[in-house]
Design a protein around this ligand. Structure first.
Ligand code: ADP
Ligand code: MG
Length: 421
């Protein structure tokens, strides 16, 4: 089938059952099918996976997908197998496979059955795999969560740094697709530079979430009472409350329970069984509120989360955007409330003091942006979007009024007084 004959809508329907592309998906798919290096920046939930899965299913050969987490890869492979009856169509290649399994995966690739091969970056460094893959027909290479390549991102993985060299060894002319949900201009530059794809066709979706209401309140010693009041005013609604430490998670969950709120804790210190039970209880609406550390959220897709509260301010605007982004997935209102005290910033700075100097510098710069966000008197939505390199008109933009600073602008004299301090 020649490229011009491919009806992408038909293929979308055939493989995924969807009748429409979401946002920029169609253009991205076309770019990949036309063998361009491609860079995709879309917020979480934007539908990035399909951008490479559909071309992989259409094209000859195997697409290699680099992804940082085994759990994420497994989810994706299961999902792909769900939509396509062929077992061999998607595989994970990682250290958990035994020899027989590796042999089976290799055979499926050789026979052209495997369309998607998910690998962790550290598996790709194995000589044996590289030697094998360079003999195969590879359609393209997709790097998911590409911000892991940048130390300016919120999730730097040193293994991502070697990808360019490995890709070169697998094949000089394989198109590269990078995808991320968290690209500040700095991270974007890093990704393109490190992957050696300066001319990649870039597709960037808007990061504006017009149905989210952004609010910052000063954090006092009564913060727990403030949270209880807020949750009670939102009785029966689903919400997430983020705390910095496991200890605080446990304490706050208990305080809420004592006050008659249906809340449970979630953090990495709980055993796997409890964690998955608590997550299910939240998803199944047996509880209203999860009090959690940042361990909670990756891959959580509960559409009707109505509020996300930060008891402690996060360490970057990107983290804040990701965490608040779990509210209002269904398009209904999501209230994003952060409690802020400068003391918390100092605490976060102190946490970093044991780290290498370069990391501390990055961490400090990211924190200063958080301070600026918390203390700003301009539209918070404008601030966040500006951080992501996007312009926003605070008067006419979509969701402009969903913002404490816009609804209750600081009066002129207050602003003046602050200046005179
Ligand atoms: P991302 O990786 O950008 O966070 P995902 O690839 O996980 O997003 O997709 C988010 C959700 O959107 C998934 O449930 C997926 O099935 C759904 N989705 C993707 N593309 C479409 C589409 N064209 N039509 C309907 N739903 C879609
Ligand atoms: Mg994704």
């Amino acid at each position: 089938m020649s490229l011009t004959e491919i009806d992408l809508h038909k293929q979308l329907k055939k493989y995924f059952g969807f009748s429409q592309f979401k946002g920029l998906q169609e253009d991205v798919v076309a770019s990949i099918v036309h063998k361009n290096d491609t860079f995709v920046i879309m917020p979480t939930g934007g539908g990035k996976s399909l951008c490479y899965q559909l071309p992989a299913l259409i094209e000859e050969g195997t697409a290699i997908v680099v992804s940082p987490l085994i759990a994420l890869m497994k989810n994706q492979v299961d999902a792909i197998r769900g939509i396509s009856s062929e077992y061999g169509v998607a595989h994970v290649l990682n250290s958990s496979l035994n020899k027989t399994e590796v042999k089976q995966v290799k055979e499926d690739i050789i026979n052209g059955v495997t369309k998607l091969l998910y690998v962790a970056p550290e598996s790709l460094t194995k000589e044996d795999y590289v030697d094998f893959l360079k003999e195969q027909k590879i359609s393209f290479l997709a790097i998911d969560e590409a911000h892991c390549i940048s130390e300016w991102g919120h999730d730097f993985r040193p293994e991502y740094r070697n990808l360019r060299q490995i890709i070169k060894r697998i094949g000089e002319n394989i198109p590269i697709i990078a995808l991320t949900a968290t690209a500040t201009p700095k991270v974007q530059e890093d990704i393109l530079k490190n992957l050696g794809i300066p001319k990649a066709k870039t597709f960037k979706a808007s990061f504006n979430r017009p149905n989210l209401y952004y609010e910052v309140r000063p954090k006092t010693k009564n913060v727990d009472a403030d949270i209880i009041r807020f949750v009670k005013q939102n009785n029966g609604k689903s919400g997430i409350i983020y705390c910095l430490s496991r200890k605080k998670v446990e304490e706050l969950a208990q305080t809420l329970q004592v006050n008659g709120i249906n809340a449970i804790p979630y953090h990495a210190g709980l055993d796997a069984k409890t964690r998955s039970k608590h997550q299910d209880m939240f998803l199944m609406e047996e509880v209203d509120v999860v009090v959690a550390t940042i361990a909670f959220g990756m891959g959580i897709d509960k559409p009707d989360v109505r509020f996300v509260i930060h008891h402690d301010i996060p360490k970057s605007i990107e983290s804040y955007y990701q965490e608040t982004g779990r509210a209002g997935r269904d398009g209904g209102e999501g209230h994003c409330l952060a409690f802020y005290a400068y003391k918390d910033i100092e605490k976060l700075e102190k946490f970093m003091s044991g780290k290498p100097v370069a990391e501390q510098e990055v961490g400090h710069a990211l924190l200063q942006e958080v301070v600026a966000y918390a203390e700003t008197s301009i539209s918070r939505r404008k601030f966040i979007l500006h951080y992501f390199g996007e312009e926003f008109d605070e008067k006419t933009g979509d969701g402009a009024s969903m913002d404490d600073n816009v609804r209750n602008p600081k009066k002129q004299h207050e602003a003046k007084e602050e200046l005179e301090l």
